[in-house]
Design a protein around this ligand. Structure first.
Ligand SMILES: *[C@@H]1O[C@H](CO)[C@@H](O)[C@H](O)[C@H]1NC(C)=O
Ligand SMILES: *[C@@H]1O[C@H](CO)[C@@H](O)[C@H](O)[C@H]1NC(C)=O
Ligand SMILES: *[C@@H]1O[C@H](CO)[C@@H](O)[C@H](O)[C@H]1NC(C)=O
Ligand SMILES: [Ca+2]
Ligand SMILES: [Ca+2]
Length: 347
């Protein structure tokens, strides 16, 4: 099934590559811009088509950077920890990285923003192509639960739901009408990468993401410090109660929160931990050298991509991963109702 899917996908990619290249050679308007499928936003340098979008002229990018992104200056920073909670995840060791300056989104990408992308390009997400995606059982309607009889072994609270997608986060009987300011979910790494590229941005590297998370503090667990709930103020959308049966929603949210909630550090970043996990550019490995590295980008290939920050489903007892050093992974075609992203750009 998977092999077949990839074979099929390669055929499509190759097909559109020729279509696009020829269209460009012939100076036709790019045939790939319209409603074909997720390969539509390929850019010409990479053999992809791009929808010419005057929205992204120099001025609007300047505004975007000024309002919605934070500039992190070039410098030497620390990532990782020498006190890992999950050793097997490769949270350690603590190590120095030298980074060039970059901008990072202050917010997770919202449904509204992703909708603009889809409307302009006709992009179809991998969840939509596959025809299903993973939803947390506790968010499903009784109707949906009655229909569904499969769960994921070992994590039975994850249910593959037919037709679950960014527009229908809990399956066909759900919508995002009142969640346009919430993070887009059910987007694969490929989808996230496509969106950032379309925005003339890119996914942050894991090192960039973690430096952004730490907000200029050193050796702290969270973006704001070491206390999970300082002054009795919830600083992140995670899980309170007893997972997975009881969610007391003390932080105000059972599922996702608007991307503008939970300001977490001095860089002005919101929801960098909690709310939804965030894809990074890097392939996953768990063995890290403690040597200083300059602009690390992770291994050159792999099976899984690194995701950071934890989500509204994380509870200390089983997923204490809403820490800057914490990390996890998924294959780049995976999507789920608690996994989104934000973009970055080199300064
Ligand atoms: C295609 O159009 C551009 C301007 O739109 C022009 O500069 C270029 O020479 C054209 N290429 C061909 C092969 O006609
Ligand atoms: C799940 O339900 C479908 C029909 O809705 C049925 O075809 C399938 O056999 C069921 N699977 C299990 C494991 O019960
Ligand atoms: C969207 O979902 C809401 C409930 O969250 C419901 O009230 C509304 O009717 C739905 N809208 C559409 C167009 O299905
Ligand atoms: Ca919550
Ligand atoms: Ca997040």
């Amino acid at each position: 099934m998977t092999l077949f899917y990839y074979f099929y996908k390669m055929q499509i990619i190759i097909g559109f590559y020729y279509l696009c290249v020829n269209a460009i050679k012939n100076n036709d308007s790019c045939q790939c811009g319209n409603k074909l499928n997720r390969q539509t936003i390929f850019n010409p340098q990479a053999g992809y088509c791009v929808v010419d979008n005057s929205k992204f002229d120099a001025i609007s990018m300047k505004e975007e950077k000024a309002k919605k992104m934070f500039k992190i200056n070039a410098g030497t920073y620390s990532i990782g920890t020498n006190n890992p909670v999950f050793i097997a995840d490769g949270e350690g060791p603590k190590r120095e990285v030298i980074l060039d300056s970059f901008y990072i989104d202050k917010f997770e990408v919202s449904n509204e923003e992703f909708a603009t992308f889809v409307k302009t390009t006709g992009y179809i997400t991998e969840a939509e192509s596959f025809g299903d995606s993973f939803v947390f059982e506790g968010l499903l309607t009784q109707n949906m639960k009655d229909i569904i009889n499969e769960t994921v072994v070992q994590t039975p609270w994850w249910v593959p739901v037919k037709q679950a997608s960014w527009q229908h986060p809990e399956g066909s009987d759900s919508n995002i009408t009142y969640r346009m300011d919430h993070p887009v979910v059910h987007v694969s790494w490929h989808d996230a990468n496509a969106y950032c590229n379309w925005m003339r941005k890119r996914l942050p590297t894991e090192a960039e993401w973690e430096v952004a998370c730490r907000g200029g503090l050193s050796d702290r667990l969270y973006p704001w410090g070491n206390k999970l709930i300082p002054n009795n103020q919830h600083k992140a959308n995670i899980w309170q109660g007893s997972f997975p049966t009881e969610n007391t929603e003390e932080d105000g949210y059972k599922g996702t929160s608007p991307v503008t909630m939970f300001l977490q550090n001095k860089y002005g970043l919101h929801n960098i931990v909690g709310n939804v996990w965030e894809w990074t550019a890097d392939w996953w490995i768990t063995k890290h050298s403690s040597d200083q590295q300059t602009n690390p980008i992770g291994p050159s290939s792999g099976n899984n991509k690194v995701k950071k920050g934890g989500s509204y489903l994380c509870h200390k007892n089983y997923c204490h991963r809403y820490r800057c050093a914490a990390r996890s992974q998924n294959t780049p075609d995976t999507s789920a109702g608690n996994l989104g992203f934000r973009c970055a750009i080199s300064a």
